[in-house]
Write a protein that binds this ligand. Structure first.
Ligand code: ZN
Length: 275
């Protein structure tokens, strides 16, 4: 069973039917994992397990959503990777400390599904339509999750043509696209002067609601000028900016693009590096 399915099965098993009932510490306790809060050096959460008992140590955060995500993450390790100890950098897709990225991804997926089970999250998104950061804030409040985890989950459910990206003033740090968004679309590494995101770094102006942009503002592809996207952005942690893009539907059917980035796609969608 996938980590996500495992987490959602647990929620169903416990008869939980509303986001407010997802008391993650109680769920952990039920699985033999106690939660403690203590300031940690160099990591955000730790798991030590002996036999069928474990203690998860969570670094206190001003965001309850982040703490909850960390607990869900450690519970994922406890449920799936028993017999090992972990020191984790949770809720930062680009910076997990562990050398074992696969296990970290599994624990992240477990936590995301535990706190935002598909059968609750997908209908909540559907009611909104195309959530901007403004509405994602409400969703995050409802599920008691961090903005980052909530926006990642939106891309993850693959119901909408979105790309979530994280920028610093110097450029792109990471991005995550919904699975059905064609890999032919290449984000620019540097922010274009016309983007709302650029404006944020220039003068601090926030743009949490969706606004239209020519797709060439965001993508390197030569044919991007034929398309349009909607953009919104929101400050994240440590001077970072989260950007959420909605691709217009014809971008999903654009043919394969061999002339982009330093890569060359095959018609099957995979790529080889250009010599
Ligand atoms: Zn971990």
């Amino acid at each position: 069973m996938s980590p996500g399915k495992l987490a959602e099965a647990r929620i169903q098993e416990l008869g939980i039917s509303h986001p407010r009932e997802i008391a993650v510490e109680l769920i952990a306790m039920d699985a033999g994992m106690r939660v403690e809060y203590e300031s940690l050096d160099g990591c955000e959460a730790m798991l030590v397990g002996v036999g069928n008992r474990a203690v998860a140590t969570i670094k206190p955060s001003s965001s309850r959503g982040r703490e909850r995500y960390s607990i869900g993450h450690e519970l994922g390790h406890w449920e799936m990777h028993r017999g090992r100890s972990f020191r984790c950098r949770v809720d930062d897709p680009d910076q997990n400390f562990s050398s074992d990225k696969v296990l970290e991804k599994e624990a992240d997926s477990y936590s995301a599904h535990l706190l935002m089970p598909s059968f609750m999250f997908e209908p909540a998104v559907k009611v909104i339509g195309d959530p901007s950061f403004q509405e994602l804030d409400e969703l995050a409040n409802g599920f008691e999750t961090s903005m980052l985890a909530t926006a990642m989950r939106l891309a993850d459910i693959d119901a909408l043509p979105v790309i979530l990206a994280c920028f610093t003033a110097t450029g792109l740090r990471w991005s995550k696209a919904a699975a059905h968004v064609p890999r032919r679309w290449f984000l620019r590494n540097k922010l274009d002067d016309d983007s709302f995101a650029f404006e944020y770094f220039e003068n601090g102006r926030e743009h949490p609601r969706l606004g239209k942009q020519p797709a060439e503002t965001w993508f390197e592809n030569l044919d991007a000028d034929k398309y349009e996207v909607r953009e919104c952005c929101r400050p994240g942690r440590n001077g970072e900016l989260l950007v959420l893009l909605y691709l217009e539907s014809k971008m999903l059917y654009a043919g394969f693009d061999p002339h982009v980035g330093n890569r060359k796609f095959t018609s099957a969608g995979s790529y080889v590096t250009r010599k």
